[in-house]
Design a protein around this ligand. Structure first.
Ligand code: FAD
Length: 274
């Protein structure tokens, strides 16, 4: 198997914190290379992210990588967070632009993730390994696929060491994207982001917003299985495990799982890959 990593979101309530701890306790059995924690643009989950990263890194002894997004923040706020993450002992950052919640005023000092990568490199040298986002099915705001690839390349030229993709269910989109990136001279590892399927209705809504395509045949099969929870889980895990197998056979260097702080859907996929 290739190395794996898990992504969590920062819990806000005691109940959510306990759930994250239970999930981590189960998933760490799969020996992740690192775990990451998402960041809410505009400050709302700012302190939750750093607190969760501290907990994962120092209390639970995992290598924790904070996501850091630059929209809505000032250079000073970003500098403070980087200082904090250094003090906590982090060696890896997932650097993003983020999305401003609609109606939020100030766009922030940095416009694109490439500027954030440049800032981290300029001020912290090689202290952090920097991962950036990549979009095999094209970022929804990109002018077109080629412009999106150029912007991805700019993040690597600014100093990113690797990329994690938006999730997708079409392996060919990933392989084509990697081929295009290599032809464009981008040689960093491009790790597929894997979204195990737990709540299909929620996934469909989420996918529309972030530009990920759910193949029609998956939707149709899910619909046919209806309320048969066991059959839906079985099918979902088979589909995602099949995708992972294809990706690894085709050369994916690692797999990054979007866990949504749930253990079962990710576990079901990983057991099938063992
Ligand atoms: P960028 O790379 O800056 O690109 C954003 C858009 O601008 C793209 O369409 C790109 O083509 C375009 N662009 C880039 N540079 C230029 C330029 N110079 N001129 C014109 N156009 C340009 N969001 C969060 O809020 N918190 C998280 O924790 C989080 N984690 C994520 C983790 C992963 C692995 C991924 C794939 C996404 C994550 N996101 C997160 C979502 C991400 O923030 C959004 O997709 C956001 O819209 C784009 O972020 P980016 O870093 O890809 O932006």
């Amino acid at each position: 198997m290739v190395p794996i990593s898990f992504e969590f979101y920062p819990p806000k309530t005691d109940e959510q914190r306990a759930q994250l701890d239970r999930t981590v306790a189960r998933l760490r059995a799969f020996a992740p290379e690192y775990v990451s924690c998402t960041f809410g643009a505009g400050g709302s989950t700012l302190s939750y992210t750093s607190e969760t990263v501290r907990h994962l890194q120092q209390d639970l002894g995992l290598e924790a990588a904070p996501h850091l997004s630059c929209v809505g923040g000032t250079r000073e706020e970003i500098r403070e967070l980087l200082k904090l993450y250094r003090a906590i002992g982090c060696r890896r950052i997932v650097a993003l632009r983020g999305d401003l919640p609609s109606g939020m005023g100030h766009p922030g000092d940095l416009r694109y993730a490439a500027e954030l990568v440049a800032l981290i490199r300029a001020e912290h040298g090689d202290r952090f390994r920097i991962e950036v986002a990549a979009y095999p099915e094209v970022h929804p705001q990109a002018e077109d696929a080629l412009a999106d690839l150029r912007h991805f390349k700019a993040k690597v030229e600014a100093g990113a060491d690797g990329a994690i993709t938006q999730y997708f269910y079409n392996a060919d989109a990933y392989f084509r994207f990697v081929d295009d990136a290599r032809r464009a001279g981008v040689d960093v590892p491009i790790v597929p982001g894997i979204m195990p399927i737990s709540n299909f209705t929620q996934l469909r809504r989420f996918s529309e917003a972030c530009g990920a395509e759910i193949p029609r045949w998956i939707g149709k099969r899910m619909q046919a299985l209806g309320d048969d929870v066991a059959a839906v889980r079985e099918f979902a895990a088979d589909v995602v495990a099949g995708l992972c197998r294809r990706l690894v056979e085709g050369g994916a260097p690692a797999l990054h799982f979007y866990t949504l702080n749930l253990a079962r859907p990710t576990e079901a996929v990983l057991r099938r890959l063992a």
